[in-house]
Ligand binder design. Structure first.
Ligand code: ITT
Length: 198
C-alpha cells in the first residue's frame, strides 16, 4: 500500500501521522484532500468507539481502507475531563490558549495533578473486521502553559521523564513517547504481520 486515507480534519494529527508513515514510504491523505468535508458525529462513550465510528463511516463511503484517530486528555482530579470531549471542551472553535488557561485555573488548588493523553486508532477495511490500537502517555498538568510546538493541550502536559511539556519538545521526540506514537507502532506491527499492504 502506497497511501492511506485518514478520517480526520485535524491538520496537526494528520501531520504527526505523515511524519510517522513517511519512513515506510506510505503517503497519508487527509479526508479533506479526498473531498470529504463532513465530520461524522462522535456519539461514542469511549475513544475506541469514536475511532471506529469515524473510520467505518469513511471506509464505507470511499470503499477503501481508512484509519482514524480519536484522542484526548484525561485529568484525574477533574473526573477525567475533558476526555472524549477534548476537542469540544468550551466549544469546538474556542482557542487552545483559553482552553489551556481554563484548565490550569481549575487545577490551581489540586494536589493530584496526574493526567494522561489517550489515543485510539481504528483501521477499517472493506470486508475485514475493524481493528483498534490504543496508546497512553502519563503526565502531570503544568502550573502554566509552556512551549510553542505541538498542538491542543500539549503546552499544559508536563512529561516528567523529559522535564518539559509536550509543546517544548520536537515532533520527533513527541512521536517517540506519545499516545499517538504508541498506538501507531501497534498498528504498524499488525500491518506488517497481516500484510495490510497491497
Ligand atoms: P478529528 O475528529 O477530525 O480527527 P478532532 O480534533 O476533532 O479531529 P478528536 O475528536 O479525537 O479529534 O479530539 C482530539 C482532541 O484531543 C484534540 O483536538 C486535542 O484537543 C486533544 N489532543 C489529542 N491528541 C493531542 C496531542 O497529541 N496533543 C495535544 N492535544 C491533543
Amino acid at each position: 500500500m502506497k497511501s492511506i486515507v485518514i478520517a480526520s480534519g485535524n491538520e496537526h494529527k494528520i501531520e504527526e501521522f505523515r511524519a510517522m508513515f513517511k519512513p515506510l514510504g506510505i503517503e497519508v491523505i487527509g479526508m479533506k484532500e479526498c473531498g470529504e468535508m463532513e465530520e461524522v458525529q462522535e456519539t461514542g462513550a469511549t475513544f475506541a468507539e469514536n475511532a471506529v465510528i469515524k473510520a467505518e463511516y469513511l471506509m464505507k463511503k470511499l470503499n477503501q481502507p481508512v484509519i482514524s484517530d480519536d484522542s484526548g486528555l484525561e485529568i484525574d482530579a477533574l473526573n477525567r475531563e475533558p476526555g472524549v470531549y477534548s476537542a469540544r471542551y468550551l466549544g469546538h472553535d474556542t482557542s487552545y490558549e483559553l482552553k489551556n488557561r481554563t484548565l490550569v485555573e481549575r487545577m490551581k488548588d489540586k494536589t493530584d495533578r496526574t493526567c494522561r493523553f489517550v489515543c485510539a486508532i481504528a483501521l477499517a477495511r472493506p470486508g475485514h473486521p475493524t481493528r483498534v490500537f490504543e496508546g497512553i502517555v502519563e503526565g502531570i498538568v503544568a502550573r502554566q502553559p509552556e512551549g510553542g510546538h505541538g498542538f491542543g493541550y500539549d503546552p499544559i502536559f508536563y512529561y516528567p521523564p523529559l522535564g518539559r511539556t509536550l509543546a517544548q519538545i520536537s515532533e520527533q521526540e513527541k512521536n517517540a513517547i506519545s499516545h499517538r506514537g504508541k498506538a501507531m507502532r501497534k498498528l504498524m506491527e499488525f500491518w506488517q504481520h497481516e500484510e495490510v499492504a497491497d
